[in-house]
Design a protein around this ligand. Structure first.
Ligand code: ADP
Ligand code: ZN
Ligand code: MG
Length: 495
């Protein structure tokens, strides 16, 4: 009977080498307070200088989110007192966010759902506070790091939808190479807003769950809140508008503070930074940095290569992996092997993924893999041509990785190449035909009478084994099978 409304505010660290308003290194995990200078420490009299890379990356995200980029965009000061920001204000955007009124489609078991994007705006991150026992420590390495905040409209309804939104956004910014998407390190963090109301009554009074650092916690926190708020309304009470935190040890949200509002921040335009007017050259550089986004790419791969939706999604998990897939397929002789793409998919999603995970190589780092797309394509084509058995090809794959060699060389060295010459196989078949006259007769009779299929299989396997043994196990089993069939048919005609 209730309807829920969920809006997310997602912060992403942009992958600029330096901070947004100074030349300090922007990096995670360095010795505390080593990447700092008078600007990001807020000394009096210093001036910020805007990092144009931050603007370019932010505009890429804005475009990917189908936002409008305004003709002019500027910064405001957002006043607040807290030791994580030495200036006592944060430079942010208020009246002219650089991305406005966009949308993204999220896909899940509910089908496709459009989530409107209210805006995205640039700002500087604050320092990091570490509370230990009775003291609090401050690390200003993060103060001034370029941050893009993406604000959605309250268009989602369940924790699951919000989780998918975060996962898709994460994949998108990684494709664009503007954020590493590492939620554990805080490169992507979400605040989740949620309210419920009687269906048809519009938005309820919202609660904000702050600083969720995994997409799972987003789902759990929101679903917990929806249930908690439902109970409050069931009891005839009203929800308190407040900020809460997700307690991952107790699996519950807990109150943090009552929410401040925009007036509290006394926003006013930042006097030390000029208004930015994106010109044609800037917009062109943004366009040139764009790449095919994950969802459209997934659809294209499914349509172009006949993959299932699931397979296409797995291939498109990381851009580097999808690139690897397409490069491998391109190396295959498509006219000779229309099935090449499907075979490449199977190899990638089983054997290659298996090796990568065993060797702790990230999908994103597949570029550095010894098994290049060219080499993999050659190996897969050799299997399709019957030049090597699947079993030996899998062993060759391991050696390709270890020895940095081409598959043809490994297979030749190991004597793994299969016999594909029909004449050579026919010789072996003829020999076995003489020796196994009884078996062949039985098989032929069974097959003409459509008799006991189990016995048919076992006799066929027996004959195949005999023929393979005569070729040192190297005859192409497919050709052997074909020749056995011919032999049986011959028998049936001349009993
Ligand atoms: P605030 O002024 O508290 O920052 P905003 O209007 O800026 O609130 O919205 C912040 C986020 O909260 C947005 O993602 C928005 O979609 C979401 N939101 C706003 N009102 C509600 C509501 N009543 N229920 C659920 N989400 C809401
Ligand atoms: Zn600095
Ligand atoms: Mg707000």
């Amino acid at each position: 009977m209730y309807q829920s409304f969920i809006g997310l505010e997602v912060h992403i660290h942009l992958l600029t080498k330096t901070k947004i308003f100074c030349g300090c290194r922007s990096a995670f995990g360095d010795e505390p307070n080593t990447n700092v200078c008078p600007v990001c420490l807020g000394y009096p009299g210093v001036l910020p200088a805007l990092n144009i890379e931050a603007l370019r990356m932010a505009c890429m995200v804005a475009k990917a989110l189908n936002c409008r980029i305004p003709e002019k965009t500027w910064f405001e000061r957002k006043q607040y007192f807290y030791p994580d920001m030495t200036k006592n204000y944060q430079i942010s955007q208020f009246a002219s966010p650089l991305g406005q009124e966009g949308y993204v489609d999220i896909e899940g078991e509910w089908g496709v759902k459009r989530v409107r994007i209210h805006e995205c705006h640039l700002e500087e991150d604050a320092g990091k506070m570490i509370h230990t026992g009775t003291v609090s420590l401050l690390d200003y390495n993060r103060a001034g790091v370029s941050l893009l905040e993406i604000v959605t409209e309250p268009d989602m309804e369940t924790g699951e939808e919000a989780e998918v939104f975060i996962q898709q956004l994460r994949r998108m910014v990684r494709y664009l190479n503007v954020c590493d998407g590492n939620m554990e390190e805080g490169s992507l963090r979400a605040d989740a807003n949620v309210s419920i109301n009687l269906r048809g009554q519009g938005l309820g009074r919202k609660v904000e769950i702050k600083n969720l650092n995994s997409s799972r916690f987003v789902r759990l926190g929101l679903n917990y809140e929806i249930e908690r708020q439902s109970k409050i309304l069931d009891a005839g009470k009203t929800v308190v508008q407040e900020t809460r935190l997700w307690n991952e040890n107790r699996d519950q949200t807990e109150p943090m503070r009552r929410k401040e509002n925009a007036q509290d921040y006394r926003y006013f335009p930042e006097p030390d930074l000029p208004i930015f007017t994106p010109d044609a050259a800037f917009l062109k550089s943004v366009d040139e940095s764009m790449v095919e986004l994950p969802l459209p790419r997934q659809k294209r791969l499914a349509a172009e290569y006949g993959l299932s939706a699931k397979q296409a999604a797995l291939i498109c998990e990381e851009k580097a992996f999808a690139d690897y897939f397409e490069e491998t397929v391109a190396e295959c002789d498509y006219r000779k092997h229309p099935q090449a793409a499907k075979n490449v998919t199977n190899w990638l999603l089983t054997d290659i993924k298996h090796i990568l995970s065993r060797e702790a190589v990230l999908l994103a780092d597949i570029d550095a893999f010894k098994i290049t797309p060219k080499r993999l394509a050659v190996l897969i084509m050799m299997v399709m041509d019957g030049k090597v058995s699947v079993k030996n090809a899998k062993q060759a794959l391991e050696l390709m990785r270890l020895e940095d060699k081409d598959p043809e060389d490994i297979i030749a060295e190991k004597g793994w190449s299969q016999i594909t010459d029909p004449a050579e196989i026919a010789t072996a078949v003829a020999e076995v035909e003489k020796e196994e006259a009884e078996t062949i007769k039985e098989l032929s009779t069974l097959m003409t009478d459509n008799g006991n299929p189990k016995r048919v299989r076992s006799l066929s396997a027996y004959l195949t084994g005999k023929i393979l043994a005569r070729t040192g196990g190297r005859a192409d089993p497919k050709l052997v099978g074909e020749q056995i069939e011919q032999m049986i048919r011959k028998q049936a005609v001349h009993p």
